[in-house]
Design a protein around this ligand. Structure first.
Ligand code: NAD
Length: 429
């Protein structure tokens, strides 16, 4: 186990894969540090009249391919290293799917569940006030991430428009539909992951009904991928959220589980289908136990760093689809590869979210909205093409699918950097 933090780990991965793929040293240098980082103090009036100070960040990592793009996380564990790592991964992800964005990320150290709705609104607006000169439709475009949602994006776009005295829906994606959001954005990350899993299953001849799935994290991304996999016949035998998990040998009906979570705010309890309560034989498990289940497909869809040097040798699933960002650290990745575990990497598997965010931005700039069918069809086109590009390299180079995805991305970023001229051009080599 190295002492690298998550950001150093992310840079080391770029260095390793970029060098192996023959990417110029200057291009790798350009990705060693972020373009700009903003740290902000956010004073917020609490309901009891006191003022509480929150710490927030925004990192714009690399804008060579276009304005920077990335979500905003409200979570007690937010820290600068994590924000920078997530922003670097966003740069790679946008290049993997070939959309004209660079990477960014933002976060506030807060447990939003501790705030009232009014306090949450004041915090969201304070964050946008602090960021207003740092973001913009052609500069940096935030979106939702862990514990932020469409309503929060709506408050933020509203605050930005108050400050700039103009309508600017393209400054943020993942907005409510009524404020210029795109149809299909809410399900986009899960649908994208479903497309990637299906493309992989097609190439490997997997039978969905024989592919048992364990899912960690039942939020926006996790719920939608589970719903679509369930609909395609995959048995979803385990699901968890921050409070713990449940296991059923026969698999869960994801829609009724979702309804139950909405009604009770938790996963555990009597599993029911519509109005008819029925006790499905299920077992309460911990989040750690879920990761170690003997299933065919493991989907971490919560937070990063959950597969660690400590638990990696107990992970039994032969396929892991990274719906969360960075659930597997670099060194652990290598261990999984040696064991023959296939990893569908985050920079491809969860790229559906940023892809439909791109569609939302395009629709906002054109003041024209697309139908849900158009959004879904274009998402399929982009992700299946990205999968093909990556698969071709994966088959030729024999590394991991992550290596192939990074190779695609780094070559695209390299092409843009090299268009300005590198040492090879200016030295006449
Ligand atoms: P969310 O806030 O909607 O859901 C997060 C889920 O994780 C919740 O169910 C929560 O209970 C659960 N969770 C939190 N801590 C946990 C823990 N310790 N163990 C198990 N579960 C835990 O967030 P989301 O938008 O679904 O994001 C989840 C992951 O997907 C993140 O890594 C995020 O960066 C990534 N992602 C999301 C999007 C998107 O569009 N929403 C896009 C790309 C990547």
């Amino acid at each position: 186990m190295t002492d690298l933090n998550v950001f150093e780990d992310a840079v080391a991965r770029v260095e390793r894969i970029g060098t192996a793929a023959g990417v110029a040293a200057e291009v790798i240098d350009a990705l060693r540090q972020p373009k700009a980082v903003l740290t902000v103090d956010l004073p917020v009036r609490m309901d009891d009249g006191s003022t509480r100070h929150f710490l927030g960040y925004r990192c714009r990592y690399n804008d060579v391919l276009g304005p920077t793009k990335g979500g905003i996380r409200f979570h007690p564990d937010v820290n600068l290293e994590e924000v920078q790592a997530l922003a670097l991964w966003m740069s790679i992800k946008c290049a993997v799917v070939g959309i004209p964005f660079g990477g960014a990320k933002g976060g506030v150290i807060v447990h939003p569940k501790d705030l009232s709705r009014l306090e949450l609104e004041r915090l969201s607006r304070a964050y946008m006030r602090a960021l207003a000169d740092f973001v913009g439709p052609m500069i940096d475009i935030p979106a939702p991430d862990v514990y932020t949602n469409a309503r929060i994006m709506g408050w933020m776009v509203d605050e930005y428009e108050i400050i700039t005295r103009s309508k600017a829906p393209a400054v943020i994606t993942g907005k409510p539909i009524a404020l210029g959001g795109s149809l299909g954005r809410d399900e986009a990350t899960g649908r994208g992951a479903f497309i990637v899993i299906q493309e992989f299953a097609k190439r490997k001849g997997l039978d969905p009904t024989q592919t048992r799935v364990a899912l960690q994290g039942f939020g926006n991304a996790g719920y939608h991928v589970a719903r679509l996999l369930d609909g395609a016949g995959y048995p979803i035998v385990a699901v968890s959220d921050s409070k713990g998990g449940i296991y059923s040998d026969t698999g869960f009906n994801i829609e009724s589980l979702f309804q139950h979570k909405q009604d009770t705010r938790k996963l555990q309890g009597v599993y029911y289908d519509g109005a008819n309560c029925e006790l499905v034989d299920h077992q309460i498990i911990s989040n750690e136990e879920l990761l170690e289940l003997d299933v065919d497909l493991l989907i971490p869809a919560a937070l990063e760093g959950v597969i660690t040097p400590e638990n990696v040798d107990r992970i039994k699933a032969p396929i892991i689809a990274e719906v969360a960002n960075g659930p597997i650290a670099g060194e652990v990745d290598q261990r999984l590869r040696e064991r023959g575990t296939i990893v569908l990497p985050d920079v491809l598997t969860n790229a559906g979210g940023v892809t439909v965010s791109y569609f939302e931005w395009v629709q906002n700039l054109q003041s024209y909205s697309w139908t849900l069918e158009e959004v879904r069809a274009r998402l399929y086109d982009i992700l299946s093409r990205a999968f093909d590009d990556i698969w071709t390299i994966y088959q030729c180079d024999g590394g991991s699918i992550r290596d192939a995805a990074y190779t695609v991305a780094l070559r695209r970023i390299a092409e843009a950097i090299e268009s300005h001229g590198t040492y090879a051009f200016f030295s006449g080599d």
